[in-house]
Write a protein that binds this ligand. Structure first.
Ligand code: 13P
Ligand code: SF4
Length: 342
């Protein structure tokens, strides 16, 4: 199928299905795809949108699998599709539920006063685990609020799976590094004293697009090259990179920051390059946006025009439909609902 054929199929199917169909797209998708999205956002905005769908019977999610799975949980009764179910997230895969349960057992043998929080970049099983244990989900857009809530509730957090988002957020809440420990699933466990003393226990996972790709050295190199440049990074970069930058925030927060800058400002953005180049084009007459480094998420890039066209032309076949087992969906919904309420 050529690009032009794919475009014709997508346009015709969208016209045919009208408001029975909604296409959601994440900021990391390429321009070709986002041209057809009815709504574009960060993970939090997309989750909120999915929970408030009114007319659409079918949701086609242009993003990675955990995002489509989250939409399927938040929009019961709608059919959710992803144009390529193999578009996964290596960070989400770093916390297999069986390993998390073993860690949880060890932690709760020391104390019951602990709240499990999972970053939305995780499997539905992990979200269900948090729901069953009175925890919550968070995104990079609301992590600070959710962690503050959990600390207030129990004084101790078990945060999965992104060690960088966890530490960056904990630091922003004033928690010293001495009260943050990392649970390494590859190690033999953790001593009881370390569990008892910690306020934040981080799962040792990371996003390979943001870490170790971006570094504090990249930030100082770009500052030397362009004196006066501002630097904003995604909080999946490590704490040293965040500390070297002017600001960190979710993809939506990065776009808001760019909109707030005065004319003529030069700014480097440390996140996925499709989004950075799109922001550079959108702001080109006002500010100068450059990537801190050119890094792409291969999984996000698995969604192509051709796959979107195929999905739309075969919705009735169920191909690419994302389904979550009822028991998992019920408990994952509790954790997502807690996030949306806090
Ligand atoms: P946002 O929550 O900022 O949209 O980021 C999602 C993501 O996968 C970042 O790598
Ligand atoms: Fe996952 Fe990283 Fe890609 Fe985001 S950028 S979807 S966290 S691999």
């Amino acid at each position: 199928m050529t690009h032009d054929e794919a475009r014709t199929i997508i346009t015709n199917r969208k016209r045919e299905l009208g408001d029975k169909l909604i296409i959601l797209g994440h900021h990391y998708q390429n321009d070709d795809i986002l041209e057809y999205a009815d709504y574009v956002g960060d993970s939090l905005e997309l989750a909120r949108k999915a929970s408030r769908i009114e007319r659409a019977e079918s949701i086609v999610f242009c993003g990675v699998y955990f995002m489509a799975e989250t939409a399927a949980i938040l929009a019961p009764g709608r059919a959710v599709y992803i144009p390529d179910p193999a578009a996964g997230c290596p960070l989400a895969d770093m916390a297999p539920p069986a390993e998390v349960l073993a860690a949880w057992d060890a932690i709760t043998q020391v104390t019951r006063s602990v709240v499990p929080i999972t970053y939305v970049n995780s499997t539905a099983e992990l979200k269900a685990f948090c729901g069953r244990n009175e925890g919550a989900v968070c995104t990079s857009g609301n992590a600070r609020k959710i962690l503050a809530w959990a600390l207030e509730k129990a004084g101790k957090i078990f945060f999965m799976p992104d060690r960088n988002l966890g530490r960056n957020t904990a630091r922003s809440l004033g928690i010293p590094d001495g009260e943050i420990v990392e649970w390494d699933p590859g190690a033999a466990g953790m001593d009881r004293d370390a569990i008892a003393k910690a306020r934040v226990i981080l799962w040792k996972g990371w996003c390979p697009v943001h870490f170790p790709e971006f570094s504090a050295e990249d930030v100082s190199a770009i500052r030397t090259r362009f004196p006066g440049i501002k630097v904003i990074v995604h909080p999946e970069t490590d704490p040293a990179t965040v500390a070297a930058s002017d600001l960190s925030g979710s993809t939506a927060m990065i776009l808001e920051y760019l909109a707030s800058l005065g004319e003529g400002q030069k700014v480097a953005v440390g996140t996925e390059a499709h989004m950075v180049y799109r922001a550079a084009r959108a702001n080109r007459f006002r500010i100068d946006v450059v990537p801190l480094k050119e890094v792409y998420c291969e999984d996000m890039a698995k969604i192509t025009l051709e796959k979107l066209a195929q999905t739309l032309s075969r919705l009735e076949s169920g191909q690419g439909r994302v389904e979550v087992a009822p028991d998992i969906a019920e408990h994952a919904m509790k954790a997502l609902d807690a996030m949306l309420r806090i």
